[in-house]
Write a protein that binds this ligand. Structure first.
Ligand SMILES: CC(C)(COP(=O)(O)OP(=O)(O)OC[C@H]1O[C@@H](n2cnc3c(N)ncnc32)[C@H](O)[C@@H]1OP(=O)(O)O)[C@@H](O)C(=O)NCCC(=O)NCCS
Length: 178
């Protein structure tokens, strides 16, 4: 994986990028990819990745709990992720929360669509009936992607995020499996 602090140069064509279930061997690369996207300060709730130790626990715990977690891999480097984690409360286990991101140089090539399609398909097979997420209202690319996959706006979370002293509204979006 390239350094989390250097811009990525996309050297792989989208077709050569593999989408696969996350494994232990991807955890460091996943951590670096999350860190890069978080440090853009525009898309994620976090502004840097949690520690590698916490990230490892997050991945291993969520796999144990039945989450679907895919990564996009280019020449051995993790360049994106898509995870859908079921809620744990007794009445909410049919609901899962989506998170995804792709490092900047690899966006707009259909990788997000490929990851989301396989993640939702696998989640439905595991009994997830509702997928939900919260996205900043100015994240046009993500909102367009989610709408294309059948996510519907359920409401606006006002002043949901605060970055560098500026408040941002966010949309709660959800998709139901029929
Ligand atoms: C959101 C994200 C995952 C989409 O992944 P991607 O690989 O770039 O998406 P795709 O190439 O599959 O494109 C999907 C759709 O996004 C939309 N899209 C892409 N770029 C866009 C832009 N700049 N403005 C509006 N819509 C855009 C298009 O509708 C596109 O569909 P199309 O191919 O029919 O035109 C990616 O942009 C990303 O990682 N963003 C930063 C992190 C983030 O926002 N995560 C989600 C937080 S809720």
């Amino acid at each position: 994986m390239s350094s989390a602090f250097q811009p990525a140069a996309a050297t792989s064509s989208a077709a050569s990028i593999e989408i696969m279930p996350i494994g232990r061997q991807h955890i460091a690369g996943f951590h670096a990819a999350v860190d890069r996207v978080a440090k853009e300060r525009r898309y994620l709730a976090m502004l840097e990745a949690p520690s590698l130790t916490r990230t490892r626990r997050f991945v291993l715990d969520s796999l144990k709990a039945g989450a679907v977690h895919r990564v996009a891999v280019a020449d051995g480097d993790v360049v994106g992720w898509c995870d859908l984690r079921p809620k744990t409360a007794a009445t909410l286990r049919h609901t899962a929360v989506l998170g995804m991101g792709i490092v900047a140089a690899y966006r707009g090539q259909g990788i997000g669509s490929r990851m989301l399609a396989t993640t939702l398909e696998m989640a439905a097979a595991r009994g997830i009936r509702r997928s939900e997420l919260i996205v900043r209202v100015d994240n046009a690319a993500a909102i367009a992607l989610y709408r294309r996959f059948g996510f519907v706006d359920e409401g606006t979370c006002r002043n949901y995020m605060r970055v560098d002293g500026v408040d941002y509204d966010a949309l709660l979006m959800a998709r139901l499996e029929r």
